[in-house]
Design a protein around this ligand. Structure first.
Ligand code: BTN
Length: 324
């Protein structure tokens, strides 16, 4: 009910809407509406109430709540079930539990703060309170186990599009899972899997994005950034999260229908370092050469210094030339 009321106020924010009209549209009493308005005000929403005119939303706080997300979503399936927590160790951990308990595809877990946020390769992900989007989504794709890493690339393209749609900023992708603005990391993607020997049970896709940090810790200053630092505006996290889910749902469905070939040119167009000299540090080997692009399976192609084409399945990239 609170989400529906908020949705109504958001869509009508240019004009007043009477208590009577709200109660007719939502099918609830004027008293119930008043209680929800009061609760929203306590969260920081500024809602004008003018006699004989009604209510008007004039300020929205930059909070992630289940009702703010539900009121803003424009998806078919992703985010229809939203679990928002104030503080968690890691949304990935919680999402694994929820997946094991049978929660459906598209369920999202969002937290205002993570005390043990996880990055790729056992790294930590710094997730201070109220400053970012720390979200995990449960996916249940019909894919072969070896195809699962491609979802990281699919998600990267979706998140680049969402950033562009909401802020106008063109982020770039650093293979396989980093999103960069001006060569500093603004977001990362973590894809984890629950599987039987021959079948994926679920994929937990984690997205971490630095949005509102005015500063990043000194030790990360050279390598990390936030949308606030790059754009100088406080991007509304709910609107951004809703846009990420919209793009992700579309790219995910397209990928499951048609494979990576449609998404691959978009990925390559946004990828940092393609056609340039790079070093890829994989699990078992390090390859230096010219990055050629990715295969239809999302594997990085490199022309090494001996003129041989090599393929790297996972690892980290180093660039030799930066614009900074
Ligand atoms: C990386 O760049 O190494 C991946 C970072 C992924 C961070 C996100 S934040 C939400 C989700 N929960 C976590 O603990 N990690 C992912």
């Amino acid at each position: 009910m609170k989400a529906k009321l908020l949705q109504l106020l958001l869509t009508m924010s240019d004009s007043y809407i009477s208590g009577q009209a709200i109660s007719e549209q939502l099918g609830c009493s004027r008293t119930a509406i008043w209680k929800h308005i009061d609760a929203l005000r306590k969260e920081g929403y500024k809602i004008e109430a003018v006699q004989n005119k009604g209510y008007r939303l004039v300020f929205t706080p930059n909070l992630l709540t289940d009702h703010s997300i539900q009121a803003t979503l424009a998806t078919e399936r992703f985010g229809k079930k939203v679990i928002v927590r104030d503080e968690v160790t890691s949304t990935q951990e919680l999402a694994h539990q929820f997946a094991q308990e049978g929660n459906e595809e598209g369920t999202i877990i969002v937290a205002e703060q993570q005390t043990a946020g996880k990055g790729r390769l056992g790294r930590k992900w710094y997730s201070p309170k109220g400053t970012g989007i720390w979200m995990s989504i449960i996916l249940r794709p019909s894919l072969a186990i070896q195809e699962a890493p491609q979802l990281t690339l699919v998600a990267a393209v979706a998140v680049v599009r969402a950033i562009k749609n909401v802020t106008g900023i063109e982020a770039s992708i650093k293979w396989p899972n980093d999103l960069l603005i001006n060569d500093r990391k603004v977001a990362g993607i973590l894809t984890e899997m629950q599987a039987d020997p021959d079948r994926i049970q679920s994929i937990i896709l984690g997205i971490g994005m630095n949005v509102l940090q005015e500063e990043v810790p000194e030790e990360l200053e050279e390598i990390a950034t936030s949308l606030w630092k790059e754009k100088g505006v406080q991007v509304d996290r709910t609107a951004l999260l809703a846009e990420i889910l919209k793009e992700l749902e579309w790219f995910y469905d397209t990928f499951l229908q048609s494979g990576l070939q449609f998404i691959k040119p978009m990925w390559e167009a946004h990828a940092r370092g393609m056609g340039e000299r790079i070093t890829a540090r994989g699990v078992n080997e390090t390859v230096t050469g010219t990055a050629l692009g990715i295969t239809d399976q999302g594997v990085l192609r490199i022309l090494d210094d001996k003129g041989n084409e090599r393929e790297v399945y996972s690892g980290d990239l180093d660039f030799f030339h930066t614009d900074r």
